[in-house]
Design a protein around this ligand. Structure first.
Ligand code: C5P
Length: 218
């Protein structure tokens, strides 16, 4: 099975409060994007495409290995992944899409996603249970409902897909459609999305506190 990885790294990092694009922010001295590329490689992905902010291309190329394909991203994550998909090798059987913002994802998670794809799933996401009580609030901040948490899951990356199925699902999307992950694009196309165990270490770095916690784990 030939796997290609797409690392979505074109976000701005506004919520992190960094001067740099988030994916270039260092963790233990190395940019987040380098950690994400290494995870995919260590987990068994042959080729990696990194999607970057168009005006930061040179800065990304300077820190990535020469065999990593660098492409310009778009205004939304959905647009960025769409751009990465165009650059992903057509001879790949499967595509894994990963957030640069999840630097400490263990390669085992990649392995579980690849195994599920090899077993015949067309779309696979790593998930974790929800520990907190989840409620719905109205505009005034008053709780109006509680959501049973037993069937709820938090969705992580890398998310894995049969390449042709992923390409078809993105082709069927409206140009300006916006999804927060790729499995929701597949679900919109009617493709069943399977789950494997995620890992707390695959947590997303969004705000400064997340980076602080990640530093403690390196
Ligand atoms: O914004 P959010 O935290 O959901 O971003 C998840 C991932 O998507 C990050 O790794 C970010 O770099 C990437 N992204 C992107 N293009 C955008 C916005 C986000 O590649 N326009």
């Amino acid at each position: 099975m030939h796997a290609v990885g797409i690392v979505a790294a074109a976000g701005s990092g506004l919520r992190l409060g960094a001067e740099l694009p988030k994916a270039l922010v260092p963790l233990a001295g190395r940019p987040l994007v380098c950690w994400a590329v290494d995870t995919l490689r260590a987990g068994g992905v042959a080729q990696v495409v990194v999607v970057v902010p168009a005006d930061e291309r040179a800065a990304f190329a300077a820190v990535l290995a020469a065999d990593v394909v660098v492409v310009d991203g778009g205004a939304t994550r959905t647009a960025s992944v769409r751009a990465g998909l165009v650059a992903a090798a057509e001879d790949a059987d499967v595509v894994l899409v990963h957030d640069a913002a999840r630097p400490l994802t263990p390669p085992d998670v990649v392995g579980r996603v690849l195994t599920a794809l090899a077993d015949g799933a067309r779309a696979v996401v790593p998930v974790l249970p929800v520990a907190d009580t989840v409620v719905v609030v109205d505009e005034g901040g008053v709780v109006t409902d509680a959501v049973p948490r037993a069937p709820l899951r938090r969705v992580q990356t890398p998310q894995g897909f049969d390449r042709a199925t992923l390409v078809a699902a993105y082709a069927a999307l409206e140009d300006d459609a916006e999804h927060t992950d790729d499995a929701s694009v597949l679900r919109a196309a009617g493709v069943p999305v399977h789950t494997v165990d995620g890992d707390e270490r695959a947590a997303k770095v969004t705000v400064a506190h997340d980076l602080f916690l990640a530093e403690l784990q390196t």
